[in-house]
Design a protein around this ligand. Sequence first.
Ligand code: XUL
Ligand code: CO
Length: 441
Amino acid sequence: MSYFSEIPTITYEGPASDNPYAFKFYNPDEVIGGKTMKEHLRFGVAYWHTFTEDLSDPFGAGTAERPWNHLSGLDLAKARVEAAFEFFEKLGVPYFCFHDVDIAPEGETLRESNKNQDVIVGMIKEYMKDSDTKLLWNTVNNFSHPRFVHGAASANNADVFAYAAAKVKKGLEVGKELGAENYVFWGGREGYETLLNTDMKLELDNLGRFFHMAVDYAKEIGFNAQFLIEPKPKEPTSHQYDFDVASGYAFLQHYDLQDHFKFNIEANHATLAGHTFEHELRYARIHGMLGSVDANQGHPLLGWDTDEFPSDLYATTLAMYEILKNGGLGRGGLNFDAKVRRGSFEKEDLVLAHILGMDSFAAGLKVAQKLIDDGVMDNVVEDRYASFNEGIGKSIVDGTADLRSLEEYALGLDGIQTRSGRLESIKATINRYLLQAYAGE
Ligand code: XUL
Ligand code: CO
């Protein structure tokens, strides 16, 4: 059965093309800074948004028209697998990602859920044999079912902790079976709604214990995926424990988990935390903790996690700048944790949305590499901090200065010269690079 037969295989036609079913900027074989675009970008399709999502929102029912909507149970799950691998091939995406409940229906019991998963995981494994698409990461959904109303690993109820642990155990086994390169923990309900009934210390300690159990079990079964924490400040909780990279990193260090995890950074989670996307990438990068990316964007006028497909070239450029400066994402990738808008309910929109996301990051990559090659930001930064390269500045950086030596120096100063940060000029330069990157093509 074919689900996307009317849709052609998407190929690169270049910026001048007006064919909606073609890449304008994503040219998988084009070499940028010594690596192909395909090697740099490692795109992933999020199974939940593309094959499971019905596009409902808190105010209205689902609108998604999908050729598998008439099915249910395991038949529906199987149809989605067929559709997914056809979709991956049409777009030439190298990776996909899923939660346990995205791929297979939950049963009445944990045992039944596991059995359903086994059926679908077996089918996915077969499809993967004939496909170039691999599993970037899997995870388990420990937040949707009512049993997780008060959290999972940070729940008040030990039975819920045990149930969540059992689901992660299965998730790790599934990840190993399908050769996942990473395994993600997003703490959907690992937080609280109010401190009035919350033992924060016990919840955080339990979360730490939970992660150690996962690390130990992965080691035991020989599943050597990179573990990733995906920070988000809130939603659905009013306060999520892994609020942002900085608080997540402090948590990992406190519980001695920092060597076992990196971060999966989502653009819209960064902005919900009051940061820019590039702030979260930079914070992770400079601490050696940048693992992978959930590539999406928020709506500037809405305060929640809208999970839009990335279209903002300024944001993708600055994100790719951080990723290039990181030397790439290693075994991580750019997973489109993004959904088409509720009004974009036709199946064609799924393809068009991925083309938009892939092209946006490809263009960002090209501009970012040029900015790096020409030292645009590096030169500004080097010049701005030059006072730390010699004299008193050098003594601060190399640790030979102390308050006494600094006082002596400051007392001898005859005024301090400060200089402009030239922000507007830098922005004008970035605009020029953005507009010139494809000039003449
Ligand atoms: C929710 C979110 C999740 C994680 C995986 O905001 O981003 O889909 O990516 O659980
Ligand atoms: Co995400």
